[in-house]
Write a protein that binds this ligand. Structure first.
Ligand code: IMP
Length: 208
């Protein structure tokens, strides 16, 4: 594929360079055929508007500071990527990967760190960026773990919050949307590692 693209650009250089940028393709429309998708819960325009609001709030709250925004992989990757670009501050970011769900829609209650931070937290203003606050088990574990590493402050930004599912008392400082107790996919959220690339947030069909 690589070789083909290089050759195309050389052989058809003029055409290649003058080609207009492609329009973003409407992935959702095609995936609507998929029998595991029920309906869109939050469309991409609404998500982006809300993410920009959260970015503006963080920009206001952290004036004069340089926060570290840590995405919890893989689910928060897309939210994190959009959020950091809505923040008008000097800041840095890092990633952690944890395992809390297998190939089902039920929480195992167990959290294992698969990839740890590269940066030290000593004296840092940490913002944990998570896709969804569900039972709270994952964030509860992470907060305890990260607090012991000496950050100056820890705040939590979640795109989605399912208050009705909470098992432990974890509160997020920035919340995109409160949602009902449905299993959702898209915009980074998966079911069995699929659907993360959907631009909208969908409800998974019950029994999928
Ligand atoms: P908690 O530990 O139960 O709060 O769950 C947190 C993790 O569970 C999230 O980071 C997600 O990876 C996953 N999760 C919870 N609810 C959903 C959902 O509706 N769709 C996809 N993943 C979910």
């Amino acid at each position: 594929m690589q070789i083909f693209l290089v050759r195309e650009s050389v052989l058809c250089g003029k055409h290649f360079l003058s080609r207009k940028p492609r329009q973003e393709e409407p992935v959702s429309a095609n995936r609507q055929q998929n029998h595991n998708l029920d309906r869109i819960l939050i469309d991409s325009a609404t998500i982006h508007a809300r993410v920009r609001e959260i970015g503006a709030a963080i920009t206001r709250d952290y004036q004069g500071k340089s926060p570290l925004l840590v995405a919890i992989l893989k689910g928060a990757s897309i939210f994190h990527a959009d959020l950091v670009r809505s923040i008008d501050l000097q800041m840095s970011f890092d990633f952690m990967a944890v395992e809390s769900y297998g190939a089902s829609t039920q929480s195992s209650g167990e959290v294992r760190i698969l990839k740890d931070l590269d940066e030290s937290l000593d004296g840092r203003d940490l913002i944990l960026v998570e896709d969804i606050l569900d039972t709270g088990l994952t964030l509860n574990y992470l907060i305890q773990n990260l607090r012991s590493r000496g950050p100056r402050s820890i705040k939590i930004a979640v795109l989605l919050n399912k208050p009705s599912r909470r098992i432990v008392d974890v509160r997020a400082d920035y919340v995109g949307f409160d949602i009902p107790d449905d299993f959702v996919i898209g915009y980074g959220l998966d079911y069995d590692q699929h659907y993360r690339n959907l631009p909208d947030i969908w409800i998974l069909k019950p029994g999928a």
